[in-house]
Write a protein that binds this ligand. Structure first.
Ligand code: CDP
Length: 238
């Protein structure tokens, strides 16, 4: 065994929180980092989307807070490792729902569900358990402020609304969905506004975030920049 392999710092793990606006590539960066570091990647938005799917399937109005709250105990959310993709996928009451949570039906309602404090309490508790032993990259809106306030690295991602709409439109078209660019643009502007202005855990950039505007950065460039922050964070705990 050489010195590097035996050095204790090599085994030190951190939690990485990635927050930011809709469709700005948080998941892409989180996946890149988790893969490179051998960490777990968790998309916290998929949990809010899974709750929304359940509520819509039950024909409950997502804006009827009391009705949503009354059904929360019927909702079990967990993550299962998908052997093919190597990703942890969200499982709703025992069924993987990854393929059903990204369409506009869910996207148009999810921010109403995410405003409800009882929903947030339930999901944040699960998210905190997952990160207890470190080695997690989680993306969302409140990860660095509420879920992991002590995360060793917090990244706030942003990009222009047009660039974000372009990316999400291409993604959904690729998945064979029948949507217009304008619908996507309107949905992300509306979600950003609800997410930033809600009372409980709004999307905000605290001063301890590193800011990454990737409007003009390639995937490789954003990864390289984020890795310099990871190295600095690892050095700090070393
Ligand atoms: O991938 P995209 O940026 O479209 O959104 P997402 O990460 O899947 O999150 C969907 C929605 O869930 C957001 O618009 C928020 O309303 C909510 N969310 C939240 O409130 N807190 C989180 N930590 C993650 C998502």
């Amino acid at each position: 065994m050489n010195l590097e392999e035996s050095s204790p710092e090599k085994n030190k793990k951190i939690n990485i929180a990635i927050d930011g606006y809709s469709s700005c590539g948080k998941g892409t960066l989180a996946k890149q980092l988790a893969q490179h570091l051998g960490y777990i990647f968790i998309d916290s938005g998929s949990m809010y989307r899974a709750v929304t799917l359940f509520i819509l399937d039950q024909e409950i109005d997502p804006q009827d807070e009391a009705a949503v709250e009354a059904r929360l105990s019927d909702i079990d959310i967990r993550f299962d490792l998908n052997g093919d993709s190597g990703r942890f996928e969200v499982v709703l009451n025992g069924v993987s729902v990854e393929s059903r949570i990204r369409d506009l039906r869910v996207s148009s309602q999810v921010s109403y569900i995410a405003k409800i404090s009882a929903v947030r309490r339930k999901l944040v508790e699960i998210q905190q358990k997952i990160g207890f032993n470190k080695g997690v990259v989680m993306d969302g809106r409140d990860i660095g402020t509420v879920v992991y306030p002590n995360a060793e690295l917090k990244i706030f991602m942003t990009a222009s609304s047009e660039v974000r709409a372009d990316r999400r439109y291409a993604e959904l078209k690729q998945a064979g969905q029948n949507v217009t660019w304008q619908e996507i643009y309107d949905n992300l502007v509306s979600r950003d506004s609800i997410d930033s202005n809600r009372e409980d855990s709004p999307l905000t950039m605290a001063s301890d975030y590193r800011v990454l505007d990737n409007s003009n950065l390639s995937r490789e460039e954003q990864f390289a920049l984020a890795m310099t922050w990871v190295s600095a964070a690892l050095n700090e705990i070393g």
